[in-house]
Design a protein around this ligand. Sequence first.
Ligand code: HEC
Length: 170
Amino acid sequence: MASKPNALCGERRDGAVGRRRATAWLLGLTLGAALAGHGLAAEPAAGPARSARLNYILHCQGCHLPDGSGSPGKVPDMRGEVSQFLTIPGGREYLVQVPGAATSRLSDGELADLLNWLVKTMGPPPPSGFKPYSQAEVSRLRPNWLQDPKQLRTRLLSAFAPARPPAATD
Ligand code: HEC
């Protein structure tokens, strides 16, 4: 009987240490994965592409996720799709004026770089003759950001190739 409280006590201590270790391990794992996953540690410092990628991580991936896959029914999957908007009337403006982009805390130049990076990275390859977004273009379009993006998005999607399901964000 005398040994029972001690055993319990020992168990509690071990439990606490175990939890602390687990927390430290998890933190290390999370940080490690974040750095490795985004190549922040490994990538050589570069020009606009580097800061666009970093800006995506800081300002966009909370909703769009690191790979652009988004979240079904809430945030559209941009992979293999986003630059298709550049092939249809109104699509080029849409990518700037969608609220996540237009109301972000990025300068016009940073947003232009980020969108240029995004369409190349998420694909499909931008249409031939694609003219990169410029700071001036973003400055011009951005103030008219979309109050009702879903409606326009549905309309734009219907102009895509017929394979596209129209209700991707509903
Ligand atoms: C709070 C969540 C959220 C954040 C943060 C966010 N977005 Fe979005 N994004 C959305 C949603 C939701 C949509 C679908 C259209 C809509 O309803 O706004 C979208 C759509 C888009 C689209 C059009 C893609 C499509 O298929 O319709 C682009 C381009 C885009 N976002 C870029 C960005 C960029 C660039 C950033 C960071 C500067 C960003 N977003 C930050 C939620 C977000």
